[in-house]
Every structure is written in C-alpha cells, then in structure tokens.
Design a protein around this ligand. Structure first.
Ligand SMILES: C[S@@+](CC[C@H](N)C(=O)[O-])C[C@H]1O[C@@H](n2cnc3c(N)ncnc32)[C@H](O)[C@@H]1O
Length: 203
C-alpha cells in the first residue's frame, strides 16, 4: 500500500509540470504552455523531422483531406504540401503556439485556441492528428476523446497518433488500439510510434 503511494508522490515531484498539465485546469494549463513556448522550451520540436511521418501517413491514407490537428503546436514541424490537402484546421490550448502557427501563413488553413478535452465541432474531417499531445490530457479523458474523433471522421477517414515513447506511454497505445477505429498501420521509429487508425468505410 505504502509503495504505490510513495511511487505516485515521487512521480509528482519528478514531473511537476506534466502533473499540473494532466489535472486539466484549462486556464492553468494554457498559462503553463504559453510560458513554456515563450521560454523556448519547445523550440526543439520545430524541426521538420518531427512531422515527416505524420505527413507521409496523411499523403498515403488521406490525400486531399480536410485535416483537423488537435494540440497542433506551432505547426512549424509540419511540412504539408499545399497541393496535398483541402483544408487544415489547427487547435491548441496555447495562444502563443497558435500565433506562431498563424504567422506561417499556411494556405487553406485556420486556427483556434481551445482545450481539446472540451472541444466539440459539427465539422467532418478526413484526417485527425494527435501529435505528441495525448500524454498531457487527463488519462481518463482519452477514451472519450478517441470516440468523439471517430464521430467527426468521414467514412474511411483516419486518425493519426504520434507518441515519442511507446514504452513509457504504452497505456495510450492500448487505448488507441482498443477504440472503435481500425488500426491500418503502425510505424515504430526507435522509441517513437505513429499509428494510423481508420474509420470503417460504411455510411
Ligand atoms: C509537445 S507539444 C506538441 C505540438 C505538436 N502537436 C507537435 O507535435 O509538434 C503539445 C501541444 O499540445 C498542446 N496541448 C496540451 N494540452 C492541450 C489541451 N488540453 N488542449 C489543446 N492543446 C493542448 C500544447 O499547447 C502543445 O502545443
């Protein structure tokens, strides 16, 4: 009994910011993310190498797609060819990240500041991206989010999930494999993992 409590406490002390983010308080969460972006803590993510696999999966499974990118960040690492998609919509809790994304003037793109846990839309999308974001959500919210994504995907549409460490975040991997979408491809690159899960093509 004592050991699990100690482990939980130690984890809390070791990863205080991740813990704060996972509690899911929108204002606090947004402020922490904005501050981290302003401090340059996430600049290393901006390399296009980080977006290469999701972009390749988009081109393979959803050419010409209406794309929704949840927890999109600055999007500097997403080398989307304008001819390869119909529209791109990025959503992020951080105003700072969204401002940087807007400044890129990506064609056929729109952006929105919102908490993806509470995010609802009546739009339909051919592809939804969850790149390096699931671990920052309260884990109890992830299955519901995946089910909601299933509902906004067009028939045959795909969810693309990117996780930098599939060993550390194996639970998330299991949640994606268990959701109502059908895994079409899994790409392992070192510890990193990208999965493409498709909505069955029935209307
Ligand atoms: C590690 S960054 C990844 C950014 C981008 N997806 C990428 O792969 O480069 C995580 C992003 O998720 C956003 N985020 C975290 N929690 C969120 C939430 N509840 N709603 C919306 N965005 C969130 C953060 O602001 C941040 O931009």
């Amino acid at each position: 009994m004592l050991k699990p409590v100690m482990m939980a406490l130690l984890k809390l002390v070791r990863d205080p910011l991740i813990t704060v983010k996972r509690i899911g308080l929108k204002k606090v969460n947004a402020t922490v993310w904005d501050t981290e972006y302003e401090l340059g803590n996430w600049d290393y993510l901006d390399s296009e190498a980080n977006g290469k696999t999701p972009v390749a999966m988009l081109e393979k499974y959803a050419p010409g797609a209406h794309i929704l990118d949840l927890g999109c960040g600055t999007t500097k690492n997403l080398p989307l060819n304008p001819a390869s998609y119909a529209h791109y919509h990025g959503v992020d809790i951080s105003q700072e990240a969204i401002e940087r994304a807007r400044a890129l003037n990506r064609p056929d793109a729109s952006f929105e500041v919102a908490d993806i846990v509470a995010y609802r839309t009546t739009e339909k999308y051919d592809a939804v991206l969850l790149r390096e974001v699931l671990y920052y959500l309260p884990s109890g919210e992830v299955p519901d989010l995946l089910e909601r994504i299933g509902k906004i995907l067009t028939p045959g549409g795909v969810l693309i999930v990117q996780i930098w460490n599939r060993v550390k975040f194996g639970m998330l991997l299991k949640m994606v494999r268990k959701c109502s979408l059908v895994v079409a491809e899994e790409v392992a690159e070192g510890h990193a993992w990208t999965v493409v899960a498709r909505k069955p093509n029935v209307r």
